[in-house]
Design a protein around this ligand. Structure first.
Ligand code: AOF
Ligand code: ZN
Length: 358
């Protein structure tokens, strides 16, 4: 019985340090694509001696920062990593080598890396060097952390989340809840975490582009859908700083456009080709921001469940009853009804936020 208690305590500790890895990894949210977010904690004799996370693609991996932080204390220590350590020379040398050279005794891994050039080879390499490896601690948390990275790796498409705000009577509205786009607000946080946001040219023309107000946030790439339009002269919010962060996707040649804006002409604008194009550009996640002025999205989003193009839905319900004449609801998604999975809800400044997976 004592052994059982000790085992449970050890498992609880493993989970505790892994949650810390995830917390560390999240510090780089919105900065790592096309790489995953990864955190690492080095523990020796029940004490944390090193911590690190992957800050940005091209920079060292989480393990390297944590090992540097631990210095000599990494010897005989346990390294916790939210993702399997890599075993390849990419932009940076393999983390397996760094862990072996540091003489850690044990490595606890949150999840294996879906990247085909890593896929379990990192674990095998560590085991081959005589290091104990434990895999799958707080695995669902680690998967959730990198749901977009995993999706892109497995499908070659960006992970898409559909977002909309509804009134109590189900009308789509352009307006978002009080404080939602201020620092700490849910919308500002989405803008920080997502690599890109898809909006219609109608919206781009009539209001300012959404931005994140979180400290140190990376602003998303603006993907402006312009179907059947040849002139985009007036996008008032495309200031100089935004120009490099915007791409217009059109199904017809755009003759007049704001200076400096990149235009990609697609034969046909369907969500699948858009998500493929974005993944090729290194985006892991994209928010499809459905606004009142977003009716041209309806075609894009038809059959999204059958197509498996949209992975997640975020709906904000405002405590307001809106005049309904001529207003739209979210009438797309194909002829099928289906439940959303892993539903979560919370109250944010008087609105209710619902999140679910398709
Ligand atoms: C880790 N720890 O912190 C990260 C890993 O181009 P590179 O060298 O940065 O390699 C990118 C790949 O390495 C990425 O696709 C993923 O498989 C892995 N990321 N691995 O051990 C880390 N960020
Ligand atoms: Zn690595």
């Amino acid at each position: 019985a004592h052994g059982g208690v000790r085992c449970k305590a050890a498992a609880d500790l493993d989970a505790h340090y892994m949650r810390r890895c995830v917390e560390l990894a999240r510090k780089a949210a919105g900065h790592t694509s096309p790489n995953p977010m990864v955190g690492c904690v080095i523990v020796r004799d029940g004490r944390v001696v090193g911590e690190g996370f992957h800050p940005k693609a091209g920079q060292p991996h989480a393990e390297v920062f944590a090992l540097r932080d631990a210095g000599d204390l990494a010897e005989n220590a346990t390294a916790y990593v939210s993702l399997e350590p890599c075993n390849h020379y990419g932009r940076t040398p393999p983390c397996t080598e760094a862990l072996i050279n540091a003489k850690v005794k044990e490595v606890v891994v949150g999840m294996t890396d879906p990247n085909p050039i890593v896929a379990s080879k990192g674990i095998e390499k560590l085991q081959g060097a005589g290091i104990d490896v434990k895999v799958g601690v707080e695995e669902s948390l680690c998967r959730r952390l990198n749901e977009a990275y995993i999706h892109r790796m497995l499908t070659g498409k960006a992970f898409a989340t559909l977002r909309a705000t509804l009134s109590m009577n189900g009308i789509v509205t352009n307006q978002i809840g009080t404080g939602a786009d201020q620092s700490g607000g849910y919308y500002s946080q989405l803008m920080k975490e997502y690599d890109g946001v898809i909006i219609t040219s109608d919206l781009a023309k009539m209001s300012t582009l959404p931005i994140s107000h979180e400290a140190g946030a990376n602003q998303p790439l603006y993907i402006i859908i312009a179907q059947g339009e040849s002139s985009l002269l007036h996008i008032p919010s495309l200031s100089e700083e935004h120009v490099s962060k915007a791409i217009v996707l059109s199904d017809s040649p755009v003759t007049v456009k704001p200076a400096g804006v990149e235009v990609a002409v697609l034969r046909q604008i369907d969500l699948e080709s858009v998500l493929q194009l974005l993944a090729q550009r290194g985006l892991c996640s994209v928010l499809v921001d459905f606004r009142e002025a977003g009716e041209s999205f309806a075609a894009l989003l038809n059959d999204f469940q059958e197509d498996k193009q949209v992975q997640k839905v975020v709906v904000e319900v405002l405590p307001v009853w809106l005049a309904s004449e001529g207003r739209s609801n979210l009438a797309f998604g194909g002829g099928q009804s289906f439940p959303l999975k892993n539903l979560e809800h919370r109250e944010v400044n008087g609105s209710v936020l619902l999140e679910g997976y398709v």
